[in-house]
Every structure is written in C-alpha cells, then in structure tokens.
Design a protein around this ligand. Structure first.
Ligand code: CFM
Ligand code: HCA
Length: 537
C-alpha cells in the first residue's frame, strides 16, 4: 500500500460534504474517492452537475464544434446560432494548423448565422441556407458542416434537412450536427455526436494507394500549442506514415481515406474512442492506446507501436530515435529536477489530461496529490473493463441518451444489462490504463470538481501548482498558487513527445523555482465571507 507520503484526506472529504444539503452530499460523496489502487474502486462520473454548483464543465456544442471538428482546416464549420457561441469557440483552444502551400485553411474565420430574435420566432432555416450559399460562393470549399446551438433544437430548425438540400444544390459534402449545448451532461455528449457524424458522412468516402510500410492514424490529438507538430516530427524520423490525425493539424480530405490505415493510435480516448471502435468494426482497423505526454510515455508508446508491427527494422529505428531524443530530455531534466522535486501538484482538467500530465510531473519528481476530470466516464478513471465501453452500432442512438433521460442508478443498471446481452452476442470489452490504478494510495480523486471543493482542497494540500482552465486560473492565483492551464497551455507548448517534455520541464522551473507566489496577499483573508440567507434543502 504505497502512499507516496500522502496524508489520508478522509476528514477533508467529510468536511467538504458537511456544507452540502443532504441529497447533494450523498451524490457528491460518490464522486470523491480516496484512492487505493489495490482495491478496484468505483467512482461516480458522467452524471449531471447539480444545479447551483459552479462547475468547470462545458457544453455539447463545445465538445462537437470546438473540440472534435474545430481543428480541421479544409471544412467550413458554420455555427447556427447567436453570435456568442461562434465567437467564443473561435481559436480560443489554441489548436494550431499548418496548411501546405496553396491549401485551404478556414480556421482563422468564424462562420455563424448570427441568429436574431426574428429567427427564433419565425425559424432560422432560410438564414442558414443563405449562409451556406454565401460561404460556398466566397470560398468554394469541398465540405461544409453545421453546428446547432441551444435555440436551434428549441425552435425545431431541421439542420439535417437543410444540409441534404444544400448538398444536392451545391454538389459538395454538407452535413449537420444536432449538438445543442444542453444535450447530454457535458461536452462529452458533443464528442460522441461529432464522432458519429464524421464516421457517417466522411470516413470511407475515398481510397488511397499505400504510401508507406507502416500506416497509422493518430486519434485524440488536437495540436494544442503545436503538440501534433512535435509528434509528427518523431513519427517521420521513425519512418511511420501518419495518414490522418483526429483532428489536430488535420483535413477532412484525410479523414475520408483514414480507414485505409493499418492501425489507429488512440491518445485522448475520451473524445474519439467511438470512431476508433466503429473503424475497427466496419473496416477491421485495430486500435491501441498511446500517450505522448511525457518523455517516458512517448518512448513506451513508440515501442508499443513497433511491437505491434513486429518489424525489426522499425524496432531498431524507434530505439535509435528514443536514444537520441532522451539525451536532450535527460540533460534538461537533470538541471530542473533538483529545483522542483517534491513539490505538490493538483490537476482538474477535461477527460484525459488530468491523467496524462501526471506522467510529465512524475519525471520531475512532482507528486500529484489530487486530480480529477471534468467530464470523463468511469472507464477513464477506473481503467478496466467498465460498462460504458460498449461497442454501439453506429446508427443506434447512443449511450448519451440514456444519460439524459434516466437517473444514474437506472442508467447503470441498463448498461449492465446491455453489456451482458452484448457479451452473449460475442462482443468483447477492452481494458486500458486509467487514472485511479496509476495514482498513489490516498490521493483524492474528484470528478466534476466545483468551486467550493477547489477552495477546500487548496486549503488542505497547499499545492505548489494547480492545473486547470481559464475559469479557474485567476481565483486560484489569488490564493498564491500558480495555475498552469493544461487546456490552452497558457501561451506555451508544445508539451507533447520529447521536445514537448523539454519545454514543460523549463516551464515548471520558471513557475516553481521561485518564491514570488508566496507574496500574494489573498483579498479574502481580510474580508469576511458573505453568507447567503437562502436555504436550498
Ligand atoms: Fe481529450 Fe482534449 Fe482532454 Fe477533450 Fe477538452 Fe482539450 Fe481537455 Mo480542454 S479532447 S478530453 S474536451 S485531451 S478541449 S484537447 S484540453 S477539456 S483534457
Ligand atoms: C471547452 C474547451 C476547453 C476550455 C478550456 C478552459 C479548451 O471545453 O469547450 O476552460 O480553459 O481546452 O479550450 O476545454
């Protein structure tokens, strides 16, 4: 029972729960687990946030448009909705792209129908058609997609019918997504909707002659801060042909022939596992789980890839690249590690990085005392064969529907039944790494952490660094704790693969080998807490 020197946070958990109304406390108790990797524990995840709680989560539109399709440069992504949705998803994620000379790149533009009140009253389909015709006339793209925001579903605009009509009229690939923000419990529903749409409308549309001996797709890599560029460099040096990435530095043109790959490498499992599963089922392309965050993890993932192909020449090349790159990595690690070793980190991000980035911190001897995801599912936490990892027919309504219509107990029962049924039909369930089995005993794992819990966690652990997003950044920093954005990387990156690890080590040195944060005078030290008079229970 390896505690890595971590204190038992059971009392902290009780103290956090004490402040909640009884029902809320009961629910939150299941989302906070004092980790014990030897136990095979369960956590409650992917359930609705309790209204009134200040969550970190985002919406379904963000997951579909911003996350999965947003980084693809040769498709015009039109937001059907009020201007704010299009504006706030306009390059804020720092997903970069590098078009070849003369190649289309629509990412610097924000396309929106800019819905007004008259469109809400009389319907917005005509305005959407006009927007599509206008975009086509100006840019002549090969594909256009439409993303529904909350009002679209409420007023009943049929984006799919509009897409079909426009596709026939203009003769290019046009498809829509019913990714209204309120669907599902978080942006996770948006990933699923995007996966289904891309698979249905794009994957398999073209074929391509083999151009390399080892052809792979990289899935769940979004080129934040240039991560994909660094991974691409390593692949090239190893002689691995990258057909397509979902969706960092990507094109829909490459999605169309991505089914001709030998193997899918899945990095962010949460956002893209659906396409990986569907591609395996329909085209027989197997997938393996990889992680290119952390130098050791990168080496491990490259070896896994070489082992998969079983080719001696590839294995030798991979070893040569690892050896060469590790010399540079170790040199910087040796300089930085003595200055940051033993510091404490907490990370509450998305659906995969709160796990992946622990590897990078470990390389510097920085301990993760508490971590959690915003919207991951149980499989991402528990890392074994868990229920939501079911192969679902691409055309049947997906698991997300069960999540929104049933409460979580029933939801779980339904899935158990479904899993048993599917197993009888010969389906198999994969297992892969997860956050909890790989964290120390006594680390506090918290799903969908909120503002109140964040405050208590900081008071208890007094972390040296807190990793989260823009909404958390300045509150946490006012506590005198530096916050590193693990979404956008603030202004930094790349942090992936070997070169990325070097960048990250140096960043940690700048942030942690300083006393400046201790000088922050927290404003609420001097001001009394404002106590509300409304009782919720
Ligand atoms: Fe996957 Fe991502 Fe993440 Fe994600 Fe995201 Fe992101 Fe994230 Mo922000 S796809 S789950 S929905 S790794 S946008 S690039 S940083 S929350 S941890
Ligand atoms: C999203 C995108 C986001 C937000 C980041 C943040 C991203 O969820 O819609 O909260 O700082 O990575 O850009 O996750």
């Amino acid at each position: 029972n390896y505690t890595n020197g971590l204190p038992d946070p059971s009392e902290l958990k009780e103290e956090i729960l004490k402040k909640y109304p009884r029902k809320v406390a009961k629910k939150r108790a299941k989302a906070m687990v004092v980790n014990d990797p030897s136990e095979g524990q369960e956590i409650m995840a992917n359930v609705r946030t309790i209204p009134g709680i200040i969550t970190q989560r985002g919406c379904t539109y963000a997951g579909c448009k911003g996350v999965v399709l947003g980084p693809t440069r040769d498709i015009i992504n039109i937001t059907h909705g009020p201007i704010g949705c299009g504006f706030y998803s306009w390059l804020t994620r720092r997903n970069q792209t590098k078009p070849a000379e003369g190649e289309d790149n629509y990412m610097p533009y924000a396309f929106s129908t800019d819905m007004q009140d008259e469109n809400i009253v009389f319907g917005g389909e005509q305005k959407l058609k006009t927007a599509i015709r206008e975009a086509f006339e100006i840019f002549k793209p090969s594909a256009i997609s439409i993303f529904s925001t909350c009002p679209v579903g409420l007023i009943g605009d049929d984006v799919h019918a509009v897409a079909r009509e426009m596709k026939a009229e203009l003769g290019i690939n046009i498809f829509g997504f019913s990714c209204e923000g309120y669907r599902g419990v978080s942006q996770s529903a948006g990933h699923h909707i995007a996966n289904n749409g891309i698979f249905k409308h794009v994957v398999g549309n073209t074929d391509r002659e083999r151009t390399g001996k080892f052809q792979v797709n990289l899935m769940g890599e979004y080129n934040i801060g240039g991560d994909a560029f660094e991974i691409e460099r390593i692949f090239e040096e190893c002689g691995i042909t990258l057909l397509s990435t979902y969706s960092g530095n990507s094109t829909v043109e490459s999605f169309a022939y991505s089914h001709t790959a030998d193997l899918n490498m899945v990095m962010c499992h949460r956002s893209i596992n659906y396409i990986a599963e569907m591609m395996e089922e329909k085209y027989g392309v197997p997938w393996i789980k990889v992680n290119f965050i952390g130098a050791e993890s990168t080496a491990k993932s490259l070896r896994k890839l070489a082992d998969y192909f079983g080719d001696d020449e590839l294995k030798a090349k991979v070893e040569e690249v690892i050896e060469r790159e590790m010399v540079k990595v170790k040199k910087v690690a040796e300089e930085v590690k003595p200055k940051v070793e033993g510091k404490l980190a907490m990370m509450f991000v998305g659906g995969s990085r709160a796990h992946h980035y622990q590897d990078l911190f470990n390389e510097l001897g920085i301990k993760t005392v508490s971590a959690g995801y915003e919207f991951a599912h149980r499989d991402d936490y528990e890392g074994r064969e868990v229920i939501p990892n079911i192969k679902i027919d691409a055309d049947t309504r997906n698991i997300e529907d069960l999540e929104v219509t049933k409460d979580e107990e029933h939801f779980r029962d339904d899935l158990v039944t479904k899993k048993t049924e599917l197993e009888k039909e010969g389906y198999t369930f994969k297992d892969y790494q997860g956050m909890m089995p790989e964290m120390s005993k006594n680390a506090l794992v918290v799903d969908d952490v909120n503002h109140w819990e964040t405050e208590k966690l900081i008071d208890f652990y007094k972390p040296d660094i807190f990793c989260a997003g823009i909404k958390e950044k300045y509150v946490v920093q006012k506590y005198g704790v530096p916050l590193k954005q693990l979404h956008s990387y603030d202004y930094g990156g790349p942090y992936a693969a070997f070169g990325g690890a070097v960048n990250f080590y140096k960043e940690m040195e700048r942030m942690l080998a300083t006393n400046i944060w201790k000088l922050v005078d927290t404003p609420w030290k001097h001001e009394p807490e404002i106590v509300g008079s409304i009782s919720i229970e």
